[in-house]
Design a protein. Structure first.
Length: 250
């Protein structure tokens, strides 16, 4: 679905997979990624062509009017209109797409990151680096919250501490979930692991854990430069492959 901002005329493309999660006929709001103005969009159900194409049957001719046997009663004063009933309120549903989605709808190609780090100092440094790289940021409160957000959004980048939501770094719930993703989804996602066990940019550890980048906690202050360089190298590595896939699909 394509929506045009009434204020700045920016064209916003809403993916069909997100539209399918909104009940038919329900109105939802989105924020324009350019001017931040609020837009209201209604998920209109498609009209049935069979009903529109059905011809109306001619009605029978009306009977001639009969003479009134009694004089008509004088018109009565109109009664006061009934007060409108208050609108029904709907309790939030945990499975509703709006309650699980980490972002309002974004324009196509927007970069998104989920930060999975409980240490406030490290999280603040990661957030500052991501803001400088113009990422739309979501901070997970727990591993359950992170998995819930991943149900509704395919993140461009995930920065996760190996101890986030677990006592065993080798049994991290989020990393195990990432390993089970389809390759077409996983290839579009960059995973950066924060650890105190391995050295920064250890490629063998990254390969064994099926992630893209290892960052030692000691280098957290330089995380922006490290991620930016690694993401660029990853894009260059897959550029030819992605262009070939795009031509094949086209």
């Amino acid at each position: 679905m394509d929506v045009v901002c009434n204020k700045c005329k920016t064209k916003i493309k809403i993916p069909e997979k997100n539209i399918q999660k909104i009940p038919k006929g329900q109105v939802f709001s989105i924020a324009c990624p350019k001017c931040k103005s609020k837009l209201s969009v209604k998920n209109e159900p498609a009209s049935s062509p069979s009903k529109n194409a059905q011809a109306k049957k001619p009605s029978k001719p009306a009977a001639p009017p009969q003479k009134p046997s009694k004089p008509a009663a004088p018109p009565q004063k109109p009664s006061k209109p009934a007060a409108p009933s208050p609108p029904e309120t709907k309790e939030p549903d945990e499975d509703d797409a709006s309650s699980g989605s980490p972002f309002e709808f974004l324009e196509e190609g927007a970069k998104t990151v989920m930060i999975c780090e409980l240490d406030s100092t490290a999280r603040a440094k990661i957030r500052t680096a991501m803001e400088n790289m113009e990422y739309h940021i979501s901070e997970a409160e727990s591993h359950r919250d992170a998995l819930k957000q991943m149900r509704f959004h395919d993140f461009t980048l995930i920065v996760i501490n190996e101890m986030f939501g677990t006592r065993d770094p080798d049994m991290n719930h989020i990393l195990r979930h990432v390993e089970q993703l389809p390759m077409v989804t996983r290839r579009e996602m960059f995973i950066a692991l924060i650890t105190n066990r391995f050295r920064t940019m250890d490629r063998m550890v990254a390969f064994n854990k099926s992630i893209n980048l290892v960052i030692n906690i000691k280098d957290i202050g330089d995380i922006g430069r490290i991620i930016q360089r690694s993401v660029k190298d990853n894009d260059n590595f897959y550029r030819v492959f992605k262009e070939a896939v795009k031509k094949f699909k086209g």
